[in-house]
Design a protein around this ligand. Sequence first.
Ligand code: CP
Length: 330
Amino acid sequence: MRNFPSIFETIEDLEKEQVDGLLKLAQKFKNNPDIQHGQSLFLGRKPIVANSFLEDSTRTKNSFAIAIHKLGCTYLDFNAETSSLKKGESLEETLLTLYAQGVDLCIVRTSQSRELNGFKDSPPIKVINGGDGTHQHPTQALLDLMTLIDLAGGEEELRGKVVTIVGDAYHSRVTHSLMALLPLFGVKIIICGPKCFQVPPETLNDSISQTDQLEPAIEKADFIYLLRIQLERHRKLDITNDQAEILKNYHQHYGLNPIKLNKINSKAPLLHPGPANIGTEIDRELIKSRRYKGHLQVYNSVFMRMAIIASILQNGDKNIGYVDEMLIRE
Ligand code: CP
């Protein structure tokens, strides 16, 4: 098995065995929520972990912060808005600066797709992708997998199940990570939404299909995964008049409420990576109902992110920070 990557950018950076290891470790953390895990994990120097969110966040930033505290690491809240990034300093120089100050790992969220990819040959610091543009959100997909296994009652029970993803898949970094991850666990994906939100046909395969028909897609679902319309990532959408009408009345066409959902599928739990736009893809009654599992995803997120942080910190990679002998860490 490969070492855990020092730049964890995409699901494809991991082997299946590494994902299995993360699931096991996250479950161990979940089963022992009260112990200070860092005491046994980091016997030497206490690692310093920074959160650098160059784009807004509630769930990801806070769950990483809580995970860092629970692991007994020192937490650094790097405020991009008041940093020298605003004076034109590059992200790479920023990360090298943090490393020279003694930071071991930085969680980065950026609106630029693939911005972290260029760091892989020579990592300025260890990095976890907290979501990059429309590209990937690998830690969200991993905590979603953990939640799906919980809801199915086990990994074997999840195999062969169908997850229907409804909404703006094209602009969804979470969808792109789920498309890489879930088929490794025998899960089939149906992507459903108006044509202007669909993923390119060449990214479909035996495990991933796509439709603009809501009813059959929901009917076949064992789990329903809703997405918000990610307006902040829309460039110029080249859409026809009928697509424009669908977007204008999105709730009527693709939004769910309890009556509509129960008529088509009375069982499948509902997931959502958040933030949800109530009244667009989901209504208030449904988000308050027992079928909605978004808060279980958030609960699991802390344990999965603890597992990811622990794994990257312990990967033994000495090739960090451009390997200045004076800066080599024990
Ligand atoms: N799921 C997710 O990334 O949510 P935030 O944008 O609130 O972090």
